[in-house]
Design a protein around this ligand. Structure first.
Ligand SMILES: Cc1cc2nc3c(=O)[nH]c(=O)nc-3n(C[C@H](O)[C@H](O)[C@H](O)COP(=O)(O)OP(=O)(O)OC[C@H]3O[C@@H](n4cnc5c(N)ncnc54)[C@H](O)[C@@H]3O)c2cc1C
Length: 478
């Protein structure tokens, strides 16, 4: 007879090496005798993922990309990590272009290192250290942890569990699997694969740098965080007085800079609810935002305040009707958009000398010529306006036809997870469970978890960690 009091060892696989996989590992419920296997392209650098990867030493843009929020907004103890590791950060950044130390000066003058928009590579370093500590704790607890640098190519149900096949030919068995393989790719634009184009920023830096250095005027499709990264990349290889940089988007509007100020304050929304529909709720949110602005709050205080509020209070409490709740996030995302202080200030400063500019219009096609590109831009009247550029970078984001990684796609094709027809994001069950018992899914593209609609997108390290932790708490209770 089976003794139900004896713990049967479990084997869990986590696929991914970014913040979501890291948080699932860190808060994992495995017990002594269980096995946890992390499979990712760079699982040995767990926590970095795509967003916080380390660039080789020789790349001038090694530390160019910055966090879009102040250090103490991204993780509760990252601000302290910045303080503790300041000498290392300072020594890595001194003399670099763009002059990050120079733009940090006003923060250093009042000893507020926690308020800095730190290069993302340092956040990667912090995440990696956090993961190594967490793995150490799991091992001390008696959990057998295996870290495998490999690509997961397929996941299939076999017997009472699952078999994950990898590119190197391994077949890894487990009774539970978490998929945390990141968000969708940048949407394609007709002609963005030409000789004077990059279909996305990351992974194409060397070519973009070459063209920026030869003096090409760089055109960026998008006025978002990736466009700000593209500007930093160009600033790292070209003197500012040689820079010619254009950003375009349908509305031609830049995000508000997230500026940390002392004393650090958070907007405290006063929302009662429940509201009969999304509009009534949004009206009250708008009134709260206006009140906060009148009280002197800027986007950093408002965005961080609403984020903290929604972590504590789910949208379902305010807008119980799921269909109505799904109408909220597109508007909130737009209202609470914020970007990197340093880069937005640089963009503005450089626009005064015509080295940067913003154009409104939707790019409908890119045509290659002998020495550059013609860009066809649709203006607000629907007319096609041609522009010339030396090089185009597609930073237009994921768009609405989300192009997911193959593993996510295979879960969608088998109906283990579904696409929300309103947001195009991913819908999973309570605790991030998929419809296949034993398989969970979490990525920044997740927009519905159980009966909770995400009011703000999970393209935010702190929110992703919060939901990963909740998924493990749910599992522990089940
Ligand atoms: C460039 C960029 C900058 C960002 N900046 C910020 C910021 O400043 N602040 C903030 O809060 N949020 C930021 N974000 C939002 C970001 O989405 C989250 O912060 C978070 O890093 C996403 O983590 P993730 O683990 O879901 O995805 P990812 O970081 O994409 O990690 C997923 C990992 O899984 C690996 N993988 C995928 N498929 C497989 C497979 N089949 N086999 C093995 N491995 C696989 C991928 O290579 C990838 O490394 C940024 C995102 C990006 C892309």
């Amino acid at each position: 007879m089976t003794n139900l009091n004896i713990h049967q060892p479990h084997r869990r696989i986590i696929v991914g090496d970014g913040v979501a996989a890291a948080a699932l590992t860190e808060t994992c419920t495995a017990r002594a005798g269980d096995t946890l296997i992390v499979v990712g392209y760079k699982a040995s650098q767990l926590g970095r993922g795509l967003a916080y990867a380390s660039e080789p030493d020789e790349n001038p843009w090694r530390y160019a990309y910055l966090l879009n929020s102040p250090a103490d907004d991204i993780a509760p103890d990252f601000g302290q990590w910045v303080v503790d590791n300041w000498e290392h950060i300072y020594n890595s950044m001194v003399g670099r272009s763009p002059d990050w130390i120079g733009s940090a000066q006003s923060y250093l003058d009042c000893d507020d290192k926690r308020g800095l928009n730190v290069p993302r590579a340092f956040f990667g370093e912090y995440m990696e250290q956090r993961c190594q500590r967490a793995i150490g704790v799991l091992r001390e607890r008696g959990v057998n942890v295996e870290i495998i640098d490999d690509e997961a190519v397929s996941l299939d149900q076999e017997g009472n569990g699952f078999c994950l096949r990898t590119a190197s030919g391994q077949c890894i068995y487990a009774d539970a699997v978490d998929i945390a393989t990141g968000g969708p790719k940048t949407q394609r634009i007709e002609g963005d694969d030409g000789p004077f184009c990059a279909p996305e920023l990351f992974g194409h830096e060397e070519r973009i740098a070459e063209h920026a250095k030869r003096g090409a005027d760089i055109w960026c499709v998008g006025t978002n965080a990736t466009m700000l990264d593209a500007l930093r990349l160009c600033q790292s290889v070209v003197a500012e007085d040689k820079l010619r940089f254009t950003a375009c988007s349908p509305r031609g509007v830049m995000p508000d800079a997230l500026i940390a100020r002392l004393p650090r304050e958070l907007t405290k929304p006063e929302l009662a609810g429940p509201y009969p529909n999304a509009n009534a709720f949004l009206e009250d949110v708008e009134a709260n935002m206006q009140l906060a602005q009148t009280a002197g709050h800027q986007m950093r205080e408002i965005r961080a305040g609403f984020r903290a509020f929604f972590i504590e209070h789910g949208l379902k409490h305010f807008v119980p009707d799921l269909h109505e709740a799904r109408l909220v996030p597109p508007t909130l995302r737009h209202w609470l958009r914020g970007g990197t202080r340093d880069t937005l200030h640089d963009f503005h400063r450089l626009s005064l000398t015509n080295h940067t500019r913003v154009v409104s219009g939707a790019v409908s096609a890119i045509e290659s010529t002998d020495d550059g590109v013609n860009i066809l831009l649709k203006d607000e009247t629907g007319a096609l306006v041609p522009y010339k550029a030396g090089f185009v970078i597609n930073c237009s984001g994921a768009g609405s036809a989300f192009e997911f990684d193959p593993l996510t796609r295979s879960l969608i094709d088998r109906d283990w997870i579904s696409i929300c027809n309103r947001s195009g994001g991913i819908r999973v069950g309570e605790g991030c469970e998929t419809s296949m018992p034993g398989v969970r899914y979490l990525s920044p593209a997740t927009t519905i978890i159980g009966d909770e609609v995400m009011p703000m997108p999970l393209y935010d390290a702190h929110l992703l960690c919060t939901w990963a932790t909740r998924a493990n708490q749910y599992l522990a209770k089940a």
